[in-house]
Design a protein around this ligand. Structure first.
Ligand code: ASP
Length: 457
């Protein structure tokens, strides 16, 4: 069985087991909690941690190498500019899709005030914590200055990806400016470091079917399904919007910008989508994403390694859509009417905060509090939606990651570094169950297989 089929199966089994446990025994049942605490969560966490483990070294090596590979600062600026342009335009489109959806469906007006009061009572404390987080780390001039890290190691330790990206950019640029022979040594070292990290990702991905099952079990077993009824309108608008953007808008972008069929594209990027869905984290998905972009889409490493880490923190189509819907929904719930101009401001804010949000589960929540405050809705209002957030986070992260992949291929194509003909044929993976002493070189089945007609771009 192919690895990504196994991962999908893990996702499905985890979800079925979790939903069944929740609906029959209940999320708070001691047996369910014990199974989650001692079996499902540890397996999921080990998988997640193995991905997080490689993020910082991988970001550093891949960006520095990408920049050094481009050779000249103007080229770096051009590629970076294109990537940023793509991030901003597509994020604005998705934010607008969200705002339109929620304005048409108006789910907030139908929320029972008694339910609202219950939710605020139930999730008020957690919402307060997020609001406090916002007060500490809002989006301002300090955020921009903070990108210039004082200490790249501390940035790496604290998970400050923008700081690491900035240092890596500078490192790559400086690498092109020093003596060529010495520079070559560093490039070799970084190349080896990147290879090692990618290898660790491969090992981690072998755990993915079990890890994904564990993570999804935990979320679904403890999920408040009862909340889906009162919040059904809101949840449907978010999921419907994400689906619309993910399927319709993304397919159009794939055809228009990449010149390939959406089917060929989506079939190749499945491992990234499943990883994003189960981890709810763009950062945790980044290692898989780099591998998928290079191996399955054929994007050259110097572009993939440069655009994808930027995208993991800055390109969040799903998050912007979610934020747009949530802000307007909560305005409806709390009786705040917004004018067209204010809605345009919401779109602009969702784009900015989606760029600023960290690619971790719930990373956008503190920033969302900030937007709500701008329109006179108390930050604690997010208590109303917190109970269903994890499911929405899984879905929006999937779209975030999808956007990063399209961005990488688009930038590569516009730079003349990739054409539809570079799309590798669908790979056959080594049969993972039949290689106990993996990895043995001689057991690896060559990835190249004859191209089926319908797969040709
Ligand atoms: N979990 C999202 C991501 O990692 C961020 C968010 O919207 O909370 O992409």
């Amino acid at each position: 069985m192919r690895l990504h089929t196994k991962i999908l199966l893990g996702l499905l089994l985890g979800a079925i087991a979790g939903v069944t446990a929740n609906l029959t025994l209940g999320g708070a049942d001691p047996r369910v909690v014990a199974f989650d605490t001692y079996v499902a969560a540890p397996v999921g966490q080990v998988f997640l941690r193995m991905l997080f483990m490689v993020v910082m070294p991988l970001v550093f090596a891949s960006i520095a190498l990408g920049v050094a590979g481009m050779g000249d600062i103007r080229k770096v600026g051009k590629v970076g500019g294109k990537a940023l342009g793509y991030f901003l335009v597509t994020t604005a489109i998705s934010g607008t899709v969200g705002i339109l959806g929620v304005s048409l469906a108006r789910p907030g007006e139908r929320l029972d005030p008694a339910v609202r009061a219950d939710l605020v009572a139930m999730y008020g404390a957690e919402a307060g914590e997020k609001a406090a987080l916002h007060a500490k780390g809002g989006f301002g001039i300090d955020t921009l200055v903070g990108i210039v890290t004082k200490n790249p190691l501390r940035s790496a330790v604290e998970g400050d990806m923008l700081g690491v990206i900035f240092f890596a950019l500078l490192f790559g640029i400086a690498l092109t400016l020093i003596d060529e022979r010495r520079g070559k040594v560093m490039v070799d070292v970084l190349g080896a470091l990147e290879d090692v990290m990618v290898k660790i990702v491969e090992i981690a991905m072998r755990l993915a079917p079990y890890g994904v099952a564990g993570l999804v079990f935990g979320v679904t077993a403890r999920f408040g399904f009862a909340l889906l009824v009162p919040l059904g309108g809101y949840v449907s608008v978010v999921l419907g919007g994400l689906l619309f953007h993910g399927v319709v808008v993304m397919s159009l972008l794939v055809v228009a910008l990449l010149g390939i069929s959406p089917r060929a594209f989506f079939r190749r990027v499945r491992p990234s989508l499943v990883t994003a869905f189960s981890t709810s984290s763009s950062a945790a998905t980044l290692p898989t994403n780099i591998k998928v972009a290079e191996d399955d889409l054929g994007v050259p490493p110097k572009i993939a390694g440069f655009v994808l880490p930027l995208g993991a923190t800055m390109c969040m189509n799903g998050t912007a859509l979610f934020e747009g819907v949530t802000v307007l929904f909560l305005c409806q719930v709390f009786g705040v009417e917004l004018s067209i101009v204010q809605m345009a401001i919401v779109v602009a804010m969702t784009v900015m905060t989606a760029v600023g949000a960290a690619g971790v589960p719930g990373g956008s929540m503190p920033l969302l509090v900030g937007i709500l405050a701008m329109f006179g809705v108390p930050g604690e209002a997010i208590a109303v939606v917190l109970g269903v957030d994890r499911i929405l986070d899984m879905a929006r992260t999937t779209l975030n990651v999808l956007g990063d992949l399209v961005a990488a291929a688009f930038v590569a194509r516009s730079e003349g570094a990739w054409t539809p003909a570079d799309l590798p044929p669908l790979a056959i993976e080594p049969p993972i169950d039949q290689s106990p002493d993996w990895p043995r070189e001689d057991e690896v089945v060559p990835r190249v297989v004859p191209v089926r007609r319908d797969e040709q771009p």
